[in-house]
Design a protein around this ligand. Structure first.
Ligand SMILES: Nc1nc2c(ncn2[C@@H]2O[C@H](COP(=O)(O)OP(=O)(O)OP(=O)(O)O)[C@@H](O)[C@H]2O)c(=O)[nH]1
Ligand SMILES: [Mg+2]
Length: 508
């Protein structure tokens, strides 16, 4: 076979290759040019264990043995083995060079070369060799590989921001992942002065990530930056891992959490709007975009990935949403008749809004250490100390880079905030980035035209930072420090809120 391959290659003056299955069956014949060979898309082929289950044998005509390009192919495609058949000047086979991946790096390398042999002297223990390699891969990672059925992700950030900001953002991304039941295996941060709009990440860096993914058995890459269609392609052209970005992760969380009919409709709409411009007819990358995470519509619905069907679906969703929001409008005007003043809790996700509502009204709505625990607005009655009754509402939390489509979709729900007589901006004082978070919330409130409603700043989780006297003094000039977990600390807040509410009602 080696002889035939060499002579064809020699005559065509092009590299020629065979992709072989473990059984020896030929998966594909590839004809390249003099210097290189393009391996076809293999994503339809399921991997056998950690490796791809395919071996590539191809010719080299220019006298070189295994090149960097070959190593990249080995790595990105997770080939079982890559062999180069060097063709001699007379068109006959000269030597066979082979390389395979390693479960652990040796001398900083994740691959190992086999001693070159003459093709005629090749021994046939390939199957055994691959079995041994596979089990070595499995053994090396068996310690952390308790199969929990969770997605296993590597977080990637390519950022032009400062190191501290980028790390904080990455931390938030990890929290988002955790909130979506995704296991975070590693974080890769690359600081760049400028981000290339076409290729977000270089091939070398991507190779590093692929090595880690292989060693840690990751199945998902999550980027902290929103990826445009060409950036997605620049990554998915090389890797078979699923690739999503921060926006999709947030959308996925929302898809999991949405309970109300309106919430579900809104999330599905946002997901489809996000996907639409990222669709192109030939896109195999997209099926990876939508396979598994990101393909999960709210509830039981599965996202459809056909452009025309998406457009039809979007039109239908818009109609249904209109109907639902009319109903809500009617409900709202009924409530309006009772004419209780409305106090709305707003703030960054995980700030403690739901906890506060629970403590104040002795309720039991979901409050947990996850981002976006609350999606659907909840209202309760609250009696102030000096005999005043108000409606207090809890709302969806805000986050930086809140996907525009999502914000758009939730506008109807957030419109309820327009009814608020008083906003209470709940801030997680224990978060080192609370100033940035405050700004995100203030900016969003302004975008939603809610900037004119009187707003009381509530610095929550003060129990965690009581020692920091400077900080406590600083924030007590701007608002009120409390701990939503302890009813006793809330008296000054209730007093102030009632006072403000009284003035507002008088003025109106
Ligand atoms: N130590 C401390 N933890 C708090 C306090 N208030 C809330 N938490 C915790 O913070 C976490 C988030 O609280 P939630 O009330 O769910 O926050 P949220 O603002 O409603 O969050 P979303 O619904 O995701 O926007 C929970 O684990 C709470 O127990 C507080 O005053 N002190
Ligand atoms: Mg909440």
């Amino acid at each position: 076979m080696a002889r035939a391959l060499c002579s064809i290659s020699f005559e065509l003056n092009r590299q020629v290759g065979l992709l072989l299955q473990r059984s020896g069956k030929v998966e594909a014949v590839i004809v390249g040019d003099f210097r290189g060979i393009m391996i076809p898309q293999l994503s339809h082929i399921r991997s056998r264990g950690r490796l791809k289950g395919l071996r590539l044998v191809h010719t080299h005509l220019a006298g070189e043995d295994i090149s960097d390009e070959d190593l990249m192919d080995l790595l990105f495609l997770r080939l079982d083995l890559l062999s180069v058949l060097k063709v001699a000047a007379d068109g006959l086979p000269e030597q066979l060079y082979s390389v395979h991946l390693l479960p652990n790096s040796r001398d900083g390398k994740n691959w190992a070369f086999l001693p070159p042999v003459h093709p005629a002297h090749q021994n046939d223990s390939f199957e055994e060799f691959i079995q041994a390699l596979e089990s070595e891969f499995t053994r090396e990672s068996s310690i952390e590989e308790v199969d929990t059925g969770l997605d296993r992700a590597i977080l990637v950030s390519v950022s032009s921001q400062s190191k501290i900001r980028s790390e904080e953002s990455m931390h938030e991304l990890a929290e988002l992942a955790r909130s979506d039941d995704i296991m975070v295996l590693a974080r890769v941060l690359q600081l760049r002065r400028k981000i290339n709009p076409r290729l977000i990440i270089g091939k070398g860096k991507l190779a590093d990530i692929m090595i880690q993914a292989l060693q840690l058995n990751a199945n998902l890459l999550i980027f902290d930056q929103e990826l445009n269609p060409s950036q997605i392609r620049s990554i998915t052209d090389y890797t078979e891992l699923r690739v999503i970005d921060r926006t999709q992760l947030i959308l996925d969380i929302f898809a999991h959490r949405a309970l109300s009919r309106e919430g579900k409709l809104q999330v599905e709409m946002a997901q489809l709007k996000y996907l639409l411009p990222r669709l192109s007819s030939r896109d195999d990358a997209l099926s990876r975009l939508t396979g598994g995470i990101g393909a999960r519509g709210p509830g039981e619905t599965k996202l459809e990935i056909d452009k025309r069907r998406i457009n039809d679906r979007l039109a239908r969703l818009a109609k249904e949403l209109e109907k639902v929001s009319k109903e809500r409008y009617r409900r709202r005007s009924r409530r309006r008749k009772k004419d209780l003043p409305v106090l709305s809790l707003v703030g960054y996700t995980n700030a403690g809004k739901s906890t506060l509502l629970n403590t104040l009204t002795k309720s039991d709505i979901v409050a947990e250490d996850k981002l976006f625990a609350t999606l659907d607005p909840t209202s309760r009655r609250l009696r102030f100390p000096r005999d005043m009754e108000v409606v207090i509402t809890d709302t969806v939390g805000f986050i930086k880079h809140l996907p525009a489509d999502l914000l758009q979709a939730f506008k109807a729900t957030l419109e309820e905030l327009e009814e608020a007589d008083l906003l209470v901006h709940v801030i997680d004082l224990s978060n080192p980035c609370f100033r940035d978070q405050m700004k995100v919330v203030d900016d969003l409130l302004r975008d939603l035209d809610l900037g004119n409603i009187p707003c009381l700043k509530l610095f929550n989780k003060s129990d965690k930072v009581l020692d920091d006297e400077i900080l406590m003094a600083e924030v007590s000039r701007e608002g009120i420090a409390v701990s939503a977990l302890e009813l006793d600390t809330l008296a000054p807040f209730l007093g102030k809120a009632q006072e403000m509410m009284g003035k507002i009602l008088q003025a109106s």
